[in-house]
Write a protein that binds this ligand. Structure first.
Ligand code: SF4
Ligand SMILES: [Zn+2]
Length: 319
């Protein structure tokens, strides 16, 4: 087994481990749905999430699998507004929308700047618009889009982890200084931010994964972030599967997700959500999975801790 310092996890290595992309159509978002979310004001409201189809992100983060549903080329002007219109016709009416584009909204190769006006116009009448961006792309274009919008803009940013060595191994091309600068720009202009935080990224054991996720939440709130989303790290993009097979990574377990969510909510510094997608892969016990899912779901919506799930699978553990 190579030492971590001997691994060369650069763009070429990450790209060489990829499988094929899915077939996508730039006339359609590749997914969209409406779900309940606790708002910053404490109400429970319907929020639409639209996964826009556009050109792949120029960064190649070690753990990222978002490239799977992207195009190789820039989509034509008008395609993104038309995807949003299509989604809004399909979905029930909502006042809040997330436009997630598998990359960075302010990457002009992904979302053409000439489309900002049309996008802002479609979103007239919305209360909240959430987009995502790498910190290095937050600047003039973000402020321009914010000025065009007649809604509150929120920007989601992948903080991933504040573990300095792991953050640099993720090939994110981002330092904590970059993160802090971007939050400062957003805050100065009244734009809210949410941070994506990885639970147990590669190279950490279970306890370290939990501890660094908690530290990352505290750091995000201290930096000025309004909302944190904890994402259990998973394989599936080729590179992570190699790391898993070679014992540099194993997925966190669902108890750790419960622990971190509980901790984050108890801080009472802002909203903290757990990403609940594909939770089955983080549990070895069929007996309590449904109850644990429900507990996480309730904690997400109510932003308060809930009674622990009792099950024989944890009777020997010290949780
Ligand atoms: S910046 Fe975001 S979308 Fe781009 S590769 Fe990294 S995690 Fe994926
Ligand atoms: Zn169990």
């Amino acid at each position: 087994m190579l030492k971590i310092s001997e691994l060369n996890l650069d763009d070429d290595w990450i790209l060489s481990h990829r499988g094929k992309k899915n077939s996508v159509d730039y006339n359609r978002p590749y997914a969209c749905f409406v779900e309940k979310e606790r708002t910053a004001r404490g109400t429970l409201e319907d929020v639409a999430t639209v996964f826009l189809t556009n050109k792949e992100c120029p960064f190649h983060c070690l753990m990222c699998d978002l490239w799977k549903n992207t195009t190789d080329h820039k989509v034509p002007r008008g395609a993104i507004p038309s995807q949003i219109r299509w989604a809004l016709q399909k979905l029930s009416p909502v006042k809040h929308i997330k436009l997630y584009n598998s990359g960075n909204f302010f990457d002009e190769q992904a979302i053409p700047k000439e489309d900002y006006e049309a996008i802002a116009s479609i979103l007239t009448g919305f209360n909240t618009v959430v987009i995502e961006s790498h910190p290095k792309l937050i600047g003039k274009k973000c402020l321009l889009f914010n000025d065009m919008l007649n809604a509150e803009l929120q920007v989601s940013i992948g903080l991933e982890t504040v573990h300095p060595d792991v953050l640099s191994l993720l090939n994110k091309q981002m330092s904590l200084i970059d993160f802090e600068k971007s939050i400062k720009i957003l805050s100065k202009h009244g734009i809210k931010s949410r941070a994506f935080i990885l639970l147990k990224p590669p190279f950490l054991n279970e306890d370290e994964g939990v501890s660094w996720a908690k530290r990352s939440i505290v750091y995000a709130f201290e930096t000025g972030v309004e909302c944190c989303v904890v994402i259990p790290t998973r394989s599936g993009n080729g590179a992570m599967d190699w790391l898993h097979a070679n014992q540099y990574f194993s997925p966190p377990n669902i108890y750790s997700l419960e622990d971190v969510l509980e901790y984050g909510i108890q801080l009472n510094r802002g909203r903290v959500f757990a990403d609940l997608w594909d939770l089955e892969i983080f549990s070895d016990c069929d007996k309590c999975l449904i109850n644990r899912k429900q507990r996480l779901h309730d904690m997400n919506l109510q932003q308060e801790t809930k009674e622990e799930v009792r099950c024989s699978c944890t009777s020997s553990l010290n949780y």
